[in-house]
Write a protein that binds this ligand. Sequence first.
Ligand SMILES: NC(=O)c1ccc[n+]([C@@H]2O[C@H](COP(=O)([O-])OP(=O)(O)OC[C@H]3O[C@@H](n4cnc5c(N)ncnc54)[C@H](OP(=O)(O)O)[C@@H]3O)[C@@H](O)[C@H]2O)c1
Length: 310
Amino acid sequence: MRLSERHYPVLVTGARGLLGRALGPLILRAAPVRQRGSGRPAAEAVRLTDLEDLDVTDAAAVARAVRDLRPRTVFHLAAWTDVDGAESHPAEARRLNVEAAEHVARAAAEAGALVVHMSTDFIFDGAKPGPYVEEDPPGPLSVYARTKAESESRVRAAAPRHLIVRTAWLYGGGRRDFIAAVLDRARRGEPLRVVTDQVGCPTWSEDLARALAALVESGACGTFHACGQGEASRYDEAVEALAAAGLPARVEPVLTADVPRAARRPARAVLSAEKLIAAAGFRFPPWRESVRRYVAMLAAGVKTPATPGT
Ligand SMILES: NC(=O)c1ccc[n+]([C@@H]2O[C@H](COP(=O)([O-])OP(=O)(O)OC[C@H]3O[C@@H](n4cnc5c(N)ncnc54)[C@H](OP(=O)(O)O)[C@@H]3O)[C@@H](O)[C@H]2O)c1
């Protein structure tokens, strides 16, 4: 999946995060050699930023960055993603997840750009027996979840041309993710206790990056769910990753109540991605298939897979 030239220039915030490390290379690979109309080289058609380049809590800096690049698409990935840490830092989490999202959305709207804002399955309370659809009412259980739910309303109000994309249980890039942590612990011979009563949709950042490109390419606007196909408990996910890596470690199944965390999590936040399939024709692979591909990439020491045709 490529982004076509008409969506450039592209600005990305939080580009060195988990999702950014998959999306950034995809955007760079597809960048026009010369930026149409301006004669500017491709490097100027893409700006991948992170905290040290562009602090999104600084509204003036965000406005300046957008004025300078004049993007047609802004991917806003920067966020406070420490779910437990947000419980003890609610003001900081709100500043980054709510206020900054609004700055970015407003600046994008003023430039006439599409803003792609990321949200989460955690905005739901996890009590629905079936998959959540985009229109289901939010029921956030934690500070992080409340900030993300509020960010959605702010972005909708600030930017008529928006994509709000709710994803879930992201892994990828080889660090700071659940699968890499499970494999590391198993290799060190440390005990593995993983919960069976949290169910969701494991999502590979590489698949999600392609889904985002497909959504932008489709010209759709609005709110979408984008996550790995099927559902799994954290226990299922750990067992699948270990099997894929050929590690014979034993995983002890435990309940959420046995491993208390600061933030409450939804028990069963499975997202329906039917709207994404209908609008963009993009279907995520079954989650087990993506976990296996990711584990194989880790084993081969590859951080970013080759994309056919690039
Ligand atoms: N990870 C998941 O499982 C998951 C699930 C559902 C939804 N999402 C959403 O998906 C989006 C991307 O998540 P992710 O996992 O890629 O997050 P991530 O790995 O935590 O990356 C976020 C990036 O934003 C940067 N950042 C922090 N403060 C900033 C600031 N003030 N200005 C600019 N950049 C700043 C971070 O830098 P530092 O690392 O230096 O702080 C980091 O590089 C987020 O909106 C998140 O809420 C994630």
